[in-house]
Design a protein around this ligand. Structure first.
Ligand SMILES: Cc1cc2nc3c(=O)[nH]c(=O)nc-3n(C[C@H](O)[C@H](O)[C@H](O)COP(=O)(O)O)c2cc1C
Length: 179
């Protein structure tokens, strides 16, 4: 079983990025589970003084990441950058031993979000994530307010998501085989 953790960079209830990740959960493949992480907004502000002895919610996030085989991220662009709350979540993971080397599929719900995507790649690479390119997709959900059922039912988007999940699972399975 390939266990994936999905993390949206938006706290908005009707977030297109969160809907995209829930659509991926609906379309998850046989032998794959996708769990949504919903506590980005509850994480305290990152404090380097606490990085080695973090609050329980951060310990739980790190442990969750330790138990997952890969992370699906879908993050919007705010003022040409990464939303502060999502960057805050990443900052808590910088000093962890669970995050480095973790396979990441970068989903993007807006073709316009190029600055945030570039910044996110740089941050994730700095954190030694393994960005899996064939599993990283951009779809156009901007301002469409679609829920996950409509997204998963759209033939083109559905195909993009399924192909990305197949590529991600294939990559993770291959790495496990090589170990
Ligand atoms: C404060 C704020 C700043 C934004 N800045 C940008 C931006 O610089 N570039 C962009 O393409 N979209 C920008 N947007 C639009 C959001 O990226 C867009 O609404 C997106 O759908 C938000 O993601 P969500 O649907 O997952 O909440 C901004 C939105 C907000 C609320």
């Amino acid at each position: 079983m390939v266990r994936l953790l999905a993390v949206s960079g938006s706290l908005r209830a009707a977030s297109s990025n969160a809907s995209l990740l829930r659509a991926a959960e609906r379309l998850s493949l046989e032998g794959m589970s996708i769990q949504q992480y919903l506590e980005v907004g509850q994480l305290p502000h990152f404090d380097p003084d606490l990085a080695d002895n973090p609050p329980a919610i951060v310990v739980a996030l790190r442990e969750l990441i330790g138990r997952t085989d890969g992370i699906l991220i879908s993050c919007p662009e705010y003022a040409r950058g990464i939303p502060g709350s999502f960057k805050n979540a990443l900052d808590w993971l910088v000093a962890s031993h669970e995050f480095p080397g973790k396979p990441v599929a970068l989903f993007n719900a807006s073709p316009r979000a190029s600055h945030a995507q570039a910044a996110l790649r740089l941050v994730l690479e700095t954190m030694s994530a393994n960005i899996v390119e064939p599993a990283s997709i951009t779809v156009n959900l901007l301002a469409k307010e679609l829920d996950e059922i409509s997204i998963a039912a759209d033939p083109q988007v559905r195909q993009q998501i399924v192909s990305a999940l197949e590529a991600f699972k294939g990559w993770i399975d291959e790495q496990a085989r090589l170990r």
